[in-house]
Design a protein around this ligand. Structure first.
Ligand SMILES: *[C@@H]1O[C@H](CO)[C@@H](O)[C@H](O)[C@H]1NC(C)=O
Ligand SMILES: *[C@@H]1O[C@H](CO)[C@@H](O)[C@H](O)[C@H]1NC(C)=O
Ligand SMILES: [Zn+2]
Length: 324
């Protein structure tokens, strides 16, 4: 080292070292130099044309009457065994792959191109002052987003599934803040303080019915073809975003936003906040609305005109118009 010939090597080295300490990629809240706008430099797929998340513009949805109810299997039972909650340095992740149970946690139907087994769930959030969902709704970010990641049962491993557009299916839920806590989230929220540092795991006190984390109305959803929202950004995901948000108590949300930490970069501990990727270009893709979704998109909604026509009639025939 120290010879002049190595000058160029030294110039490129700091980037690599920094990337390595943050697990190769990070969010802007950790370090803008390895944040989402740089991911495509580490992983070309992240600059692809079918990336996630996206903005869901409810005026531009396309109704697909083939998108009926999703069939959930095992979601209504608390599986035997343990679920492990982990701070993986980017998010808090609940591993759903306990040996006995995973085979029975599946989704199919609802226009999904196969049967998919649940692997893990995790969250994306903002900060004490800002929302943190990944998908946005009519340009607005919501407070937090849940992702339940599933793999097509025809593949054995993630590596095998990722190169295929039908490889993965992710269920996404938005949250809305309520004053009262949502008791269904108590077990997860209680585990957070045990995994404050990156790399820590805790076995949850109990398993529970996965269904209780979801909205009560599951028929209304948005569907599009996209990617994982973290590197390697594999374009293997059939996305389902439920229309109805899940309620989360103000204090519960505060626990996500203020309890966990990113991997330490030196002596300073950085609170895990704003762990979301911003919306990516939709390009030529369409976002579809399920058969039962409330938002239908398309030209001016019927609601306005059904209401308008009696009003017009009233104006034309009513006391304010001159009677012949
Ligand atoms: C944050 O989310 C709430 C809904 O819970 C919404 O009312 C508000 O407009 C959002 N803020 C931003 C900046 O999008
Ligand atoms: C979680 O942390 C609390 C203290 O904050 C401790 O009492 C409890 O034993 C921990 N649970 C596990 C499973 O480590
Ligand atoms: Zn996610």
């Amino acid at each position: 080292m120290g010879t002049q010939g190595l000058g160029i090597t030294f110039l490129t080295l700091p980037l690599v070292v920094r990337a390595a300490t943050g697990g190769q990629w990070c969010y802007d809240s950790q370090d803008p130099s390895c944040g989402p706008s740089h991911w495509k430099e580490l992983q070309a797929t992240c600059g692809g044309e079918k990336q996630s998340p996206v903005n869901i513009d409810r005026r531009r949805l396309q109704r697909d009457s083939g998108l009926g109810d999703i069939l959930f299997e095992g979601y209504d039972l608390a599986p035997p065994g343990k679920w492990r909650l982990t701070n993986d340095g980017h998010t808090v992740m609940l591993s759903l792959m306990s040996e006995l149970a995973s085979e029975h946690l599946t989704i199919s139907g609802g226009g999904l191109p196969g049967r998919y087994r649940a692997l893990q769930l995790h969250f994306h959030w903002g900060s004490l002052v800002g929302n943190g969902s990944e998908h946005t709704l009519d340009g607005h970010q919501l407070p937090m987003e849940l992702h339940i990641v599933h793999m097509n049962v025809k593949y054995q491993t993630l590596a095998e599934a990722k190169p295929h557009p039908d490889g993965l299916a992710v269920l996404g839920c938005f949250f809305q803040v309520s004053e009262a806590p949502n008791a269904n989230y108590n077990t997860i929220v209680a585990g957070l303080r045990n995994i404050s540092s990156a790399g820590q795991s805790v076995d949850l006190a109990s398993t529970f019915r996965l269904q209780t984390l979801l909205p009560s109305q599951l028929s209304g959803y948005y569907r599009y073809q996209g990617s994982l929202t973290t590197p390697d950004c594999s374009q293997a995901v059939t996305w389902t975003i439920f229309e109805e948000p899940v309620e989360i108590g103000r204090e519960q949300l505060r626990a996500f936003v203020s309890t966990l930490h990113f991997p330490a970069d030196g002596p300073q501990l950085l609170t895990m906040t704003n762990n979301f990727r911003p919306p990516q270009p939709l390009g030529g893709r369409k976002v579809f609305a399920s058969r039962a979704a409330t938002a239908s998109g398309g030209p001016p909604s019927r609601g306005c005109c059904e209401l308008l026509s009696p009003l017009l009639l009233l104006v034309l025939l009513g006391p304010f118009s001159p009677h012949p």
